[in-house]
Ligand binder design. Structure first.
Ligand SMILES: *[C@@H]1O[C@H](CO)[C@@H](O)[C@H](O)[C@H]1NC(C)=O
Ligand SMILES: *[C@@H]1O[C@H](CO)[C@@H](O)[C@H](O)[C@H]1NC(C)=O
Length: 179
């Protein structure tokens, strides 16, 4: 039993390229083996119950450079992707559509000669931050366990006199990793 498994593993390792090619075009490999491998490959790229068209996800970026007030929410106005209409560009708020594990990220660019301090906020509480100085980008990437109805945004810290650079050098994005 053990040795027959090893033989299959060695076979798969040697023939991995042909096997994936066989997912597209049948070339006479054992049909069961090809089906098994094709199915497991497909499974890795698809969360149960979701398709590429329904998986909650958004990406937005900032068109124009903006002077920020204390605690101002950055309204990333250019929407590139908004599956499930989960991001509102007129408020800058991402509303979590269902419980799950999400990746939330943002890159923020500061302008010449100035600092930029921002944090991600969830339901009135700040968490991770990003900092830039001069022409530089600060980034934040957080894997988060979120609950339906949570609201998330990127906000400037206390204080004013800082700017966030536009021209799509600053962005905000999130997607559901798993339920
Ligand atoms: C995620 O959050 C929910 C609600 O707060 C909690 O019930 C659940 O245990 C959390 N799951 C994980 C994996 O932390
Ligand atoms: C920001 O302002 C709030 C209220 O105005 C204050 O409670 C908080 O301590 C300030 N945070 C920092 C880091 O200055």
């Amino acid at each position: 039993m053990k040795s027959s498994i090893s033989i299959v593993v060695i076979f798969v390792m040697i023939h991995i390229g042909q096997i994936f090619a066989a997912c597209k075009k049948d070339n006479g490999l054992s049909e069961d083996l090809v089906n098994l491998l094709c199915r497991s490959r497909k499974h890795q790229t698809q969360i149960e119950g979701f398709t590429r068209k329904t998986l909650p996800a958004f990406t937005a970026s900032l068109t124009a450079t903006k002077a920020l007030g204390a605690r101002e929410v950055i309204k990333f106005d250019k929407v590139w992707l908004n599956t499930g209409d989960i991001y509102n560009p007129s408020t800058g708020v991402f509303t979590v559509p269902m419980d799950g594990l999400y990746l939330v990220s943002s890159s923020l660019m500061s302008v010449k000669g100035k600092h930029l301090h921002c944090h991600m906020w969830k339901n009135g509480q700040s968490n991770v931050g990003a900092f830039g100085t001069g022409w530089s980008q600060g980034t934040l990437n957080a894997v988060m366990n979120l609950t339906k109805g949570d609201i998330l945004s990127i906000r400037h810290n206390n204080g004013s006199g800082e700017d966030v650079y536009g021209g799509h050098w600053s962005m905000f994005s999130a997607y559901l990793i798993s339920e």
